[in-house]
Design a protein around this ligand. Structure first.
Ligand SMILES: [Zn+2]
Length: 442
């Protein structure tokens, strides 16, 4: 008997027209529900002069107001713990996660029982798409404390994989798990996948031959979608790498790569995506790069209508070579990490693409954005690989030329450091330091 190809074939390969009809039906329902049940949405729609009747087609969604992190913070705790955006009484809420709070007050993300179960079904779908089967042993190496990615392990369990709830343990402990249990699949951040592989090597374990890992799922940073980074990690582990995209305000993972590794399929029966101009908020056509705006179609505890993610990328709604019809998203990075030099928008991921593709360097880097005479400049620090005989000057020039040809703007300087000089990232890497004395946007 041949193995089934999709987790939910009918849904995942639904012809575009039918998928959009389904989305419109769900959208109408959730807009009406939000207006009727959420104090915040009723007020916001009234103020914007729209009502549930204003929505007759998917494109009518553009008439509705945006929400963002600030909306969440401003309405949280007002009237009740979960606040004015929440659309169900607290008795119906069974789970709440909280964002890390790195950009301010931690924001809560509530789920009803149905929200939670449907979320885990989406996780099963994404895991299956990344090749996970019930024969796999899976290590969930994400944080369990308040973090929305923690419960995603249940999706792997529901799929039938043997699950090991590792959490974020010290790397020696995690390597012990990888050696003793010989799991085949792990989920972590790209920085950590790299760090863990290097750490294994230093302790005499070759991740490619001594461990059984053949699939690595990554999320939380752009690396998994940068081809050179992906290939470097795949080579280090002799494994396939699949990028996932999650957002604490919605699901642990909302989108993931299939075997084509060409963009990330969004669970479009649950989430609608728009691309907007980050400055004006105007809706952009598919293929144009802009800020991704997501609308949840089925979550009831706290619907998200036009949530500005702060993530920049573009959307492709063409059917994928894998047969799935759900849109693929391509991510460049966080809006906040983007900097502009000589009129060019640059993401750390652009720099990473170049650095990870060059020989004779370790792949670690640090970008500094500085200002001189009211002009922004960027410099890049890199590490020369141990054993390389290349002169620093020559190496710096080679990197500079490669950056210029990829990005279009030459760095003001490339500083060559020795192997190990830059701090090694464990989970989320901080690779951009903005030294300009510009006012911080609120
Ligand atoms: Zn695909």
């Amino acid at each position: 008997m041949s193995e089934r190809r999709y987790w939910e074939a009918d849904l995942e390969t639904l012809p575009r027209k039918e998928l959009e009809a389904l989305q419109l039906e769900s959208l109408k329902e959730i807009i009406r529900f939000s207006y009727d049940e959420s104090v915040y949405y009723r007020r916001a729609f009234d103020e914007a002069g729209v009502s549930p009747d204003s929505l007759q087609s998917l494109s009518d969604l553009a008439r509705f107001p945006f929400v963002d992190k600030k909306t969440e913070r401003d309405t949280q705790g007002v009237g009740s713990l979960l606040g004015e955006m929440c659309a169900v009484p607290e008795e119906e809420v069974v789970f709440v996660s909280a964002s890390s709070g790195s950009t301010g007050v931690p924001t809560l993300s509530p789920f009803t029982k149905t929200d939670f179960d449907e979320w885990q079904d989406v996780e099963s779908r994404l895991f299956y798409m990344a090749g996970m089967r019930n024969t796999d042993r899976y290590v969930h190496a994400l944080n369990f404390t308040l973090f929305v990615g923690g419960p995603d392990v249940i999706g792997a369990q529901n799929l039938g994989a043997l699950c090991i709830w590792a959490g974020t343990v010290p790397s020696e402990r995690l390597l012990f798990i990888l050696k003793e249990f010989q799991p085949t699949t792990i989920w972590t951040t790209p920085s950590y996948a790299w760090y863990l592989g290097e750490t294994a090597k230093k302790s005499g374990i070759n991740p490619a031959t001594d461990l059984a890992i053949n699939k690595i799922i990554v999320a939380g940073e752009a690396g998994g979608s940068i081809e050179a980074t992906r290939q470097a990690i795949e080579e280090l582990w002799d494994a396939d790498l699949y990028d996932f995209f999650g957002i604490s305000d919605i699901f642990g993972a909302c989108a993931g790569m299939c075997e084509a590794k060409d963009g990330l399929h969004l669970a479009e029966d649950h989430i609608l995506v728009e691309t907007v101009d980050p400055e004006t908020g105007e809706v952009l056509p598919d293929g144009a790069k802009g800020e991704l705006v997501l609308t949840t179609l089925r979550k009831h505890a706290r619907p998200m209508i036009r949530f500005r993610t702060g993530d920049v990328g573009y959307v492709n709604r063409e059917t994928c070579s894998c047969g799935r019809t759900h849109a693929r998203i391509y991510l460049s990075g966080r809006k906040d990490d983007m900097f502009i030099v000589s009129g060019v928008n640059i993401f750390p991921s652009d720099v990473e693409f170049v650095i990870r593709g060059l020989e004779g360097i370790t792949g670690e880097y640090l970008i500094r954005v500085t200002e001189e005479n009211y002009t922004s400049r960027y410099t890049v620090e890199i590490e020369k690989a141990a054993g390389s005989a290349e002169a620093d000057e020559q190496l710096a020039k080679r990197v500079s030329v490669a950056l210029k040809s990829r990005i279009g703007v030459k760095p003001a300087a490339v500083t060559v450091l020795q192997d190990g000089a830059l701090p090694r990232a464990t989970h989320k890497a901080k690779r951009l330091i903005d030294e300009r004395s510009l006012p911080v946007p609120s």
